[in-house]
Design a protein around this ligand. Structure first.
Ligand code: ADP
Length: 655
């Protein structure tokens, strides 16, 4: 017999193993849920492959998951007759992190130390076995293959693989339980665990127990499994015990049961089973649609975002069933990408059993289902917002930016999504809805104003808001990268335009005073502006008098159709070749500094000082909108010179 092959775990696996064991020690019992759920998935996978190749099934038994313990040997077995794994699949699935988002996960791990939170987002899976087992043995034979393989590991650095014997396809996992974990050797505690975590698993879970053989010649013998009693009665006979199995899960499709028969705990456990989330869901909606299409749905909003929420290849979508038969994982056609965090089940009465992704992509049924998924989810979120402000805001913090994508991807949902929007604002602590804003609008105020930028601090201090503040108009602070597109998708709210405080054509109502001031200032500044334009020509398309500034001397505004500076920066981070939008430099004609600069310009039009100060003002405007200045050293030098002069004057004036 050849020696077993030894393989090292991928470095990431060792870390995940370590994480699992260390962060879940207080919740060890979930290991059974994870292994049973893997077994159930393996059966589903086989059933689906068998739709196109029924030779895979062979003449095997009915699908089932078997669980039993051997107390003397301290072993617990979990067995399925599902897809099984080949030699190479064992290495890949149990020796590497096969998840598409693994890279992201490891990055998240590097950045964050909150291991418990991360493991929850990641899902624990097979490695949970090591919560209770000192070593784990997996014997597996892939459907359609003759050879079986034994995988063994004690969760250190490596595992071994060697040929094994197995009757028929499937996988048997043997856990060698550690000293502290004897409870998992008892029939009754295993039974309780399965009822708690895996009742809804759709394949029968057969739990084994050593019981007296059903006696053939002694029909009166009741099924009493009291060993000592047996021993006493039949001294000359061996107690004839054998492993007998009984089905211990209900296996009923939770979503097909009526709502008032289902407890919150059952809903929560089902969610954990579906999502592998360690934490329960934030809320859920359970419905039956009986229109032209018949289908049921049970959709959950998770409590926390998964680590790969913004990852392009992240799994998304809900599980699709047809008449209670599992069809596919992650049916993304049924859920728009802006609700990609939703977990759950859709069970259609109308789709064919062999429905393919292609068929789903442009099917009529898909459209109807998708519409209802959107409606039911948004209704549930609106209900949450109404009933439980705190919980809703936690939801919004986690998923708000994703929901906002819906404003431009599904414009016909704008009204519904609009109700859910929450923003920071100049007028209230915390977050406000658009309706809240509208209620607070001042008399005469015609539009809803917002400002875009990196952070609340950056936006709140921005000079662009000065005129709005002077009028006590509220400004919404939009600090998500998606906000600009989202707002464009929304267009108006309650018949009021949404207006950016940073946009060139900002008209604050019909503000005649400001208009007049601006007109009055114009001729006096023409010469200065021409010089400034000359100095800044490369970066600025126009220098003009501002109507929006009251305290600051200058600011940069976005020309019509141009990109906000903040977004342009974000996009240039991805793509350096993005052209820069030349912006408009607005100058506050009422500001003493500008008035002085004008006088100076009248005296010495082309002087270096005028040029230099123009550049300083421009740099200042860049800083205020959060953009980097081109030559920070030059700005610092100039500031030093100016401060030096100012300090000398201050000393001269001092008594
Ligand atoms: P996950 O189930 O989240 O993908 P796991 O770590 O639990 O992650 O399992 C990794 C992979 O190993 C699974 O995706 C599956 O391909 C395979 N696997 C686990 N258990 C079984 C089983 N009982 N039968 C067949 N394949 C299995």
């Amino acid at each position: 017999m050849t020696a077993p092959e030894t393989h090292s775990f991928q470095a990431e696996v060792s870390r995940v193993l370590h994480l699992v064991v260390n962060s879940l020690y207080s919740n060890k019992e979930i290991f059974l849920r994870e292994l049973v759920s893997n077994a159930s998935d393996a059966i589903d996978r086989l059933r689906i492959s068998a739709l196109t190749d029924d030779s895979l099934l062979g003449d095997g038994d009915e699908f089932a998951i078997r669980v039993w313990a051997d107390a003397d040997a301290r072993k617990l077995f979990i067995e399925d007759n599902g897809s099984g794994m080949t030699h190479d699949e064992l290495i890949k699935n149990l020796g590497t992190i096969a998840h598409s988002g693994s890279q992201k996960f490891m990055q998240a791990l590097e950045q964050k130390n909150d291991e418990a939170a991360l493991i929850g987002q990641f899902g624990v899976g097979f490695y949970a076995a090591f919560l209770v087992a000192d070593s784990v043995e997996v014997v597996s034979r892939a459907a359609g293959h003759e050879d079986a393989w034994r995988w063994v590991s004690d969760a250190q650095e490596s595992f071994t693989l060697e040929p094994a014997e197995r009757d028929g396809r499937g996988t048997t996992i043997t856990l060698h339980l550690g000293e502290d974990h004897s409870e998992y050797l008892s029939f009754w505690s295993l039974r309780a665990l399965i009822a708690k975590y895996s009742d809804y698993v759709r394949h029968p879970i057969l739990l084994g127990d050593m019981r007296p053989m059903p006696a053939e010649d002694d029909a009166s013998d009741d099924d009493e499994d009291d060993d000592s009693d047996d021993d006493a009665k039949t001294e000359d006979e061996e107690p004839r015990l054998s492993l007998q199995f009984e089905t211990v899960n209900q296996g009923s499709a939770l979503w097909q049961r009526s709502k008032d028969e289902i407890t919150d705990e059952e809903y929560t456990e089902f969610y954990k089973h579906l999502s592998h989330d360690f934490e329960g869901p934030r809320c859920w909606t359970h419905f039956r649609i009986e229109g032209k299409q018949l289908f049921s749905g049970l959709l959950y909003v998770p409590s926390r975002p998964p680590f790969d929420l913004y990852h392009r290849d992240s799994k998304r979508g809900v599980r699709l069933f047809v008449n209670r038969v599992f069809i596919m994982e992650d049916a993304e056609e049924l859920v728009p990408s802006w609700l990609r965090f939703i977990k759950g089940v859709i069970d259609s009465d109308d789709l064919p059993l062999n429905v393919s992704r292609e068929l789903l992509q442009d099917g009529k049924v898909t459209k109807v289902i998708r519409k209802q998924v959107i409606k039911k989810t948004l209704d549930e979120l609106a209900r949450l917002a109404e009933d439980d402000d705190e919980s809703y805001l936690a939801f919004w913090k986690a998923f708000g930016p994703v929901v906002k994508e819906g404003l431009y991807l599904d414009r016909d949902q704008a009204k519904r999504i609009g109700k859910l929007l929450r923003y920071r604002s100049s007028a209230v602590d915390g977050l406000t809805s658009l309706d809240g804003y509208v209620e607070r609008m001042k008399e005469g105020q015609e539009a809803i104003y917002y400002a875009l930028g990196e952070s609340e601090t950056a936006v709140a201090g921005s000079p662009h808001l000065e005129a709005l503040k002077a009028k006590s108009y509220e400004v919404l602070y939009m600090t998500d990268p998606v906000d600009e597109w989202a707002i464009e998708g929304l267009g108006t709210w309650d018949d009021k335009d949404l207006v950016s405080a940073m946009q060139a054509n900002l008209e604050i109502d019909s503000d005649e005073d400001a208009d007049e001031d601006a007109e009055k200032d114009k001729p006096a500044y023409e010469g200065l502006f021409e010089t400034m334009q000359g100095v800044l020509d490369e970066n600025v398309r126009e220098v003009r008098v501002s109507k929006r500034l009251t305290d600051s001397p200058v600011c940069l505004v976005v020309p019509e159709g141009g990109q906000h500076a903040y977004l342009e920066r974000l996009m240039r981070n991805h793509d350096q070749s993005m052209p820069k939008t030349k912006r408009i430099l607005e100058v506050n004609g009422q500001h003493p500094l500008i008035a002085n600069l004008r006088k100076l310009h009248d005296n010495e039009p082309g002087s270096d000082r005028v040029k230099e100060w123009t550049e300083i003002l421009y740099d200042q405007a860049l800083l205020l909108e959060g953009s980097p200045v081109e030559d920070p050293a030059r700005l610092a030098r100039r500031m030093t010179t100016l401060l030096q002069a100012a300090s000398a004057t201050a000393l001269e004036e001092a008594p």
